[in-house]
Design a protein around this ligand. Sequence first.
Ligand code: GDP
Ligand code: MG
Length: 439
Amino acid sequence: LAERLQGTIQKIKGKGKVSEQDVKEMMREVRFALIEADVNLKVVKDFVKRVSERAVGADVMKSLTPGQQVIKIVQDELQQLMGGEQSPIKFNTKPPTVIMMVGLQGAGKTTTTGKLANVLRKKYNRKPLLVAADIYRPAAIQQLETLGKQLSLPVFSLGNQVSPVEIARQAIEKAKEEHLDVVIIDTAGRLHIDEELMQELKDIRSLKEPDEVFLVVDAMTGQDAVNVAKSFDEAVGITGVVLTKLDGDTRGGAALSIRAVTEKPIKFVGMGEKMDALEPFHPERMASRILGMGDVLSLIEKAQAEVDMDKAKELEEKFMTQTFTFDDFIEQLQAVKKMGPLDEILKMIPGASKIKGLDNAKVDEKQMAHIEAIIYSMTPAEKTNPEIITASRKKRIAKGSGTSIQEINRLLKQFEDMKKMMKQMTSMAGGKGKKKMKL
Ligand code: GDP
Ligand code: MG
């Protein structure tokens, strides 16, 4: 989906003037892209109609950058399509909060139950109880117990001879007694939707009205996921969707249609099999990523908040005159650090996801800390004139910073390379008689 749309966007981006014909052409591409991505047909139709109407509006045509305006509209509407804002978990003011996990077999209910409990504990400071209410699938109870052990979280089970409704009832009692404030019930799935399954879910539901009923669906099943969501919502009633296996979903069709078809928000997305691979779903970020623009908006916002513009100007001057020192370097490093964890920042950079190895790269925060330590162990003279750093000085710095000579050599080399690059860039810019340096 992303690739096709990106091509179209490149075409229209720089246009100083956009005709109705241009918009039509672009919309045709968008329509193809969405259909190819397995987005629900009616959703596609409505979407294209809405964007077209806005795009040929007078404001856009008269604006200075109509091409970009059109793209902005597409992005806006994509975001709206996916629910607009991030949808939070609804907690009960009178604990325990009850969350029911429903869905077809293999969708990822049990795995997500574990991941969700982990999120609830880590980010929300809650005490979850995991409930094994899938008594049909062999080893389902054990699977949840294993996850519980792995996470050091309590799991409630009564084996497979007691009815799921009774298991749920007793689990809620136990949570009250032991002051566990969230109960997550992992229910059984079937290979397809059937009456018996739905009745069982309704029975559990009627026990105590759950605060959330999360439908877990596999993103890779595309349109099927949307149909499943619709059926479950009609039969049992759901409050939100968890879209799993988004890490393997290249088309994004389910993410785009589910909200529009069911009017239920996607609350979380599963990005892998591990217990920390569950993320809140942000429609805005997803829209940007689909359009291949990274999360540029929030990146710019963050940068503007953290980087002082005067400072930026000053650094630019230093680049030009080649008086950039390690002091400046560390100042910059700190400005970047304030923006947040590095791997988060990288994710927001357009195209960064395409660089091999970077997509999953955990940027090493430890390495950053080492770099800082090294610079702090330098004398003022060394920071200004790294050339004077001899072998014995390196030894002293290594000792002072708790790092190694190799690390110091690497940093010095990187710093030299950086300066060389700046020199090239500034002389290039100077040759044209224009300042081209941008931070
Ligand atoms: P259930 O039958 O609905 O309980 O599904 P399970 O939780 O047993 O998951 C089925 C399979 O999907 C397991 O192998 C999981 O590891 C895998 N799985 C679940 N969520 C994700 C995800 O977000 N990404 C990936 N790649 N695999 C997942
Ligand atoms: Mg299961």
